[in-house]
Design a binder for this molecule. Structure first.
Ligand code: PLP
Length: 454
């Protein structure tokens, strides 16, 4: 029997027997099988419809069920499904998408390297930084600075850059050349430290780390504009430009990881310059690049760096790339995705409904178990606490975010549980009415869970 004809419980049994899910403890657990999506909604295999408050995973930016995306993907698959992109070989969708991305990029970040997703984009950026300093005669510059609570991916190198304690410790990581500084989390600012002093401390910490390692040894600093998976941590205003200044002073490359913030989530195709006022040396992106319809990632690279490399390689090659770099079908999806975003003014829509979303969530702060509601545009986090005044992280046994999602799902809302936090990043086409519905369900779930914990 073809798998789609199996009964729900039979599929669940096959899942339990054969499918290893990412980020699980390998113990058997009930699975939720998603069958279809339309607009901001998804439907599970029981026919239950929910607002997708997490946009797949920060990625289904233009929403589900777009026929023209499916058609663009099918047309390219039929025309030329694949050809090697290595060396002198090229294909039309990747050329056109690179040029399109360059037209949106800040400053001179007009050179594009396509990857298979966010982790491989981050790996590529790190390897390019290393190549750059090696070919330009500064091989000592091999140390990388990153931050606690960062998430940069799931390859050996990108995982080593991540800083979430829950992701570290049980798998060996790169050692010796990767250094973490603290996350600029205003909610966890020590008591008695003003917002200005807090910002100064965070910026100083980066400079101190560079000085401690010796700037002649530091290649780059990598930072998400907003620490997304770390809990939608929005750094204080000025953090981005001041950390960039520090990097410039010490000849350290600044790599902005826009895997989440890119493609409209913060109201711009690339948030770095219009939202955060910085022109980094490289930008990594993925997810919203194709709105999750097919996998694709990219590294945007400064033309200045590119030229310096080109002038000095003397035939030595950048030995980095993937079978599926510049994949024609994925690039065709990226082109169609950007065409839809432009035609429908999706970035402008996010600039309009984003503040509405943030304002609609804020009153959740009235709840005795909500410590913080934060975010920017269409990314948000509700952080639950056991003692509001002391900002105490609830005991793990409370399973608070799991409890919340158990209440939101039957009411028609999917959110992402993460420790004591609930994370949201809905499709960017969400309307005010859908935001109202989302917030009402989350409020009700919070009230029910408050009662449960009394
Ligand atoms: N960088 C950031 C900021 C991310 O949030 C993620 C994934 O969530 C990645 C990189 C890794 O991307 P991928 O899962 O596509 O490899």
């Amino acid at each position: 029997m073809p798998p789609q004809d199996l009964a729900n419980d039979q599929r669940a049994a096959l899942d339990a027997r054969h499918l290893i899910h990412p980020w699980t403890d390998f113990r058997e657990q009930p699975v939720l099988i998603l069958e279809e999506g339309n607009g901001v909604h998804v439907r599970d295999s029981n026919g239950h419809r929910m607002i997708d408050g997490i946009g797949g995973m920060w990625c289904v930016n233009i929403g589900y069920g777009r026929k023209e995306m499916a058609q663009a993907i099918a047309a390219q698959a039929e025309k030329l499904c694949y050809y090697s992109p290595f060396g002198f070989l090229s294909n039309t969708p990747s050329i056109e998408l690179a040029a399109k991305l360059a037209s949106y990029a800040p400053g001179d970040l007009t050179r594009v390297f396509f990857t298979t997703g966010g982790s491989t984009a981050v790996d590529t950026a790190m390897r390019l930084a290393s190549f750059y300093f090696n070919v330009t005669g500064r091989p000592g510059k091999r140390h990388i600075i990153t931050r606690d609570l960062a998430y940069h991916g799931s390859t050996h190198l990108s995982a080593s850059l991540s800083g979430k304690p829950s992701d570290r410790g049980l798998i060996d990581l790169v050692e010796g050349t990767i250094h973490h500084i603290s996350a600029p989390n205003p909610y966890r600012r020590p008591e008695g430290v003003s917002a200005e002093a807090f910002l100064d401390q965070k910026v100083q910490e980066l400079e101190d780390k560079i000085l401690e390692l010796g700037s002649e040894n530091v290649a780059c600093f990598i930072a998400e504009p907003i620490l997304a998976s770390g809990g939608v941590i929005v750094p204080p205003a000025g953090y981005h430009s001041r950390t960039l200044e520090v990097c410039r002073r010490h000849d350290v490359l600044y790599i902005s990881d826009e895997v989440v913030t890119g493609f409209g989530r913060n109201g711009a195709i690339f948030a770095s310059e219009p939202v955060y006022g910085i022109v980094p040396d490289m930008i990594t992106c993925a997810k919203g690049l194709t709105s999750g319809y097919v996998p694709l990632g990219a590294v945007m690279v400064s033309d200045r760096l590119y030229r310096q490399i080109a002038e000095t390689t003397e035939g030595r090659i950048f030995a980095n790339g993937f079978t599926y770099s510049s994949h024609p079908v994925a690039c065709a999806a990226g082109l169609k995705n950007l065409e839809i975003m432009e035609r429908e003014g999706i970035c402008a829509h996010v600039r309009e409904v984003g503040p509405y979303f943030q304002a609609a969530l804020k009153p959740l702060m009235d709840s005795p178990i909500v410590g913080d509601v934060r975010g920017s545009h269409l990314m948000a986090c509700v952080e639950y606490v056991s003692d509001k005044n002391a900002r105490t992280v609830p005991p793990q046994a409370w399973q608070i975010a799991q409890r919340i999602i158990r209440e939101t799902m039957p009411r028609g809302l999917m959110v992402r549980p993460m420790g004591s936090m609930v994370i949201m990043s809905p499709p960017l086409i969400i309307t005010r009415a859908e935001i109202d519905e989302l917030v009402a369900i989350l409020r009700e779930a919070t009230e029910v869970v408050t009662e449960q914990l009394r």
